[in-house]
Ligand binder design. Structure first.
Ligand SMILES: NC(=O)c1ccc[n+]([C@@H]2O[C@H](COP(=O)([O-])OP(=O)(O)OC[C@H]3O[C@@H](n4cnc5c(N)ncnc54)[C@H](O)[C@@H]3O)[C@@H](O)[C@H]2O)c1
Ligand SMILES: [Zn+2]
Ligand SMILES: [Zn+2]
Length: 339
């Protein structure tokens, strides 16, 4: 079978790999149909991932069809349309015992730490495989994973329907968070520095957008919130200056700040800003059992994957897809490899 393999940083090829063995007890063999390309795949390709080892098959936004199931597998059979939760954890460390395996001290993600889904077949254990409606396209189903990131961020931020939120960054992550917040009923403003990204935010239902390279974000926050500041803010730009501004100026008294982006620099943040307003600063990583929520969103039409999927390529053109993404960063939102 064929696999999209990064042999070493900067070198990607369609490699020939042996077919996986027949699925063992509790395992499922999946014929992969669509895999979304994410920023972390690009980091693996470019050698910018702190965690990847090589050679590595990329891909953690996976949909496919059950080919066969191992002994004892319940609730799934050949032909079912499925998605795969890519988070793997140890099951015994403090975070795992607490029920938060997404921050396991030894957490692994498909396509980064171990081989991912961008290959014609993969094996997954029963607990990682979720059935989705046959009426969903494989492309739409592959976005369940990014929506699970949004569901995790909303859960961490304790988002509710009457929240007034600011989403910083209108990349794929900012846009899925925006769609999740709108599905809840929240009022949402989105900040970015690229107009084409802000246009996507408008089409995803943003109540207001602000280009913070040409407009004063602090002034905008005062106007939008009636000078109270935002009770809920998501940092999804990966810009250290944005995080500093959010904590020092944009969050309301008793506000919640959910941190998704992780730039390499250290932030200059005043403890007084955190203490004075009793801010909750909450990390959000991958997803913790959020696949059922994300599937419900996509199946019910609470969110619209077609608003984030901008391009699709046959997997054989993976190199072309990656070059296209690198050369057209403002135009591409979510690109998908089709198998
Ligand atoms: N926590 C997690 O589980 C998780 C999962 C996936 C991605 N991430 C991280 O979340 C961040 C967003 O991911 P993405 O795939 O949407 O990335 P992306 O790079 O596609 O999008 C980031 C957006 O932020 C905008 N931006 C950059 N600097 C800005 C600034 N100073 N002010 C306003 N806007 C600015 C960019 O124009 C872009 O539209 C990244 O840092 C990524 O590494 C975290
Ligand atoms: Zn992803
Ligand atoms: Zn663990």
């Amino acid at each position: 079978m064929k696999a999209v393999e990064v042999a070493r940083p900067g070198v990607l090829a369609i490699a020939e790999r042996p077919m996986p063995p027949d699925p063992g007890p509790d395992e499922i063999l999946i014929k992969v149909k669509a895999v979304g390309i994410c920023g972390s795949d690009m980091h693996v390709y470019r050698g910018r991932s702190a965690f990847a080892t090589y050679p590595r098959v990329i891909g953690h936004e996976i949909s496919g069809e059950v080919a066969s199931v191992g002994k004892g597998v319940l609730g799934l059979s050949a032909g079912d349309k499925v998605v795969v939760d890519p988070v793997i954890s140890c099951g015994s460390c403090y975070a795992c015992r607490l029920g938060r395996p997404n921050v396991c001290r030894d957490v692994k993600c498909l396509g980064v730490h171990v081989d991912g889904g961008a290959q014609e077949y993969i094996i997954a254990t029963r607990d990682k495989v979720y059935k989705v409606s046959q009426s969903l396209s494989f492309e739409a189903a592959s976005t369940v994973e990014p929506y699970s990131i949004a569901a995790q961020a909303l859960s961490r931020g304790r988002a509710v329907g009457d929240d007034m939120a600011l989403v910083c960054g209108a990349g794929p992550i900012g846009l899925v968070i925006l769609q999740g917040l709108k599905a809840l009923g929240a009022k949402v403003a989105v900040a970015d520095v690229v107009d084409s990204r802000l246009k996507m935010a408008v089409s995803c239902g943003a109540d207001a957008v602000v280009n913070s390279s040409t407009q004063d974000l602090e002034r905008f926050a005062v106007d939008f919130t009636g000078s109270e500041g935002f009770p809920l803010i998501f940092e999804a730009t990966g810009s250290i200056q944005v995080l500093e501004l959010v904590v020092s100026k944009l969050a309301s008294q008793a506000g919640r700040v959910v941190v998704l982006g992780y730039p390499p620099e250290k932030a200059q943040i005043s403890p007084l800003d955190i203490m004075r307003r009793e801010l909750d600063i909450l990390g959000s990583r991958l997803n913790n059992k959020q696949f059922p929520t994300a599937i419900k969103w996509v199946e019910r039409g609470d969110v619209d994957p077609s608003k984030i999927i901008s391009h699709a390529f046959p997997f054989q053109d993976a190199q072309k897809a990656i070059s296209f993404i690198e050369e057209n960063p403002h135009e591409v939102c979510k690109a998908i490899l089709k198998f």
